[in-house]
Design a protein around this ligand. Sequence first.
Ligand code: UT7
Length: 372
Amino acid sequence: MTENQGSNLATPNVSADSSGKSPTTPSASSPATQRTVSNGRGKGIYRARIAGTGSYLPERVLTNADLEKMVDTNNAWIVERTGIHERHMAADDQVTTDLAYIAGTRALEAAKLTAEDIDMIIFATVTPDQPMPSAACVLQKKLGARQVMAFDLSAACSGFVYGMTVANQFIRSGLYKNILIVGAEVLHRLVNYKDRETCILFGDGAGAVILSRAEDNQNSEILAEHLFADGNLGDLFILPAGGSAMPLSQKVLDEGLQYVRMKGREIFKHAVRTMSQGCQDAIETAGLSIDQIDWLIPHQANIRILDAVAKYFGIPTEKVVVNVGKTGNTSAATIPIALDQAIRDGRIQRDQNVLLTAFGAGLTSGSMMLRY
Ligand code: UT7
């Protein structure tokens, strides 16, 4: 047992800097005073369970050695500072909904359902094929789903946990039975391969979950969820152009404003703090102790961020699902991809307690405690 195990969890004070060294004091906009927690079992009539998962990573791989030829960086730095060895890149003719289609189809197969059974589609992404129609509607068409409610959800890397939380409410209320939640990105098209601080981090991929109404004899359910956003920190990670503030123009292209810009060190600090706070609230709300958590699946941003969160809770590394070394950061797709891989290779078993936690541009954060 570590000092943080058991239900008596202390308020996290873990905004480690990007060196991964000493914790510092939370900022004025600390999530501790601004959080929304809900008990996943609280008010609804029904319980929601993960009925099936699927994922897809494009075939093309971009290694650190490839990046060394493109920008002033080196494999040793990337591995030491991020844990990333390679990331996947969509083919030139692949768009985000193509990746999502494969992940979604695999999730439907795993759930033993067809597209006809889907009651709602939530598509978490910051890289839809185009601003409209939404990626959710394009995917609906590709899957041949019924004319059900379908929408994109913009919460960057927290999008999948946000989407699961939204879907949970519709299942709990009894309105819907089977909801497809997708996290999919083709991030490499938003990345400037002359900017060594961002281009080493990001990759493409898709993950999908079918969340279904649990039968009485099924034990799985969402136990707690915690969502958070702090728009005051929005300038830490931005895509300046392409919206109403800065429509595409020659000037935009000349200045590379169509690419993501990031204050990496600052994000690192807030990521550790908000994910730790979110996890703590989700664990407490679920009424679990740390040693009852079978798996932690953090947003795969940087191995040092994952390690800092696991270390704070005293969760041993063998209980943390990590694939960032082979995928890089795929934003909304990281958690559903990692979840699917760990279910398919047999690590995650039914009835085990799984903790999801993410942070992303916005800044947003989402954590969820579920029994698989
Ligand atoms: O989903 C959310 C998306 N964003 C993130 O997750 C970002 C979170 N932040 C991070 O992962 C880390 O802050 C980074 C990986 C972005 C940067 O790591 P760091 O340990 O915070 O490095 P740093 O920014 O403090 O830079 C240290 C040095 C600097 O050189 P000087 O000023 O010390 O001479 C950088 O210029 O490393 C240099 N550097 C690099 N060197 C080689 C920055 N990027 C690179 C690079 N290759 N790719």
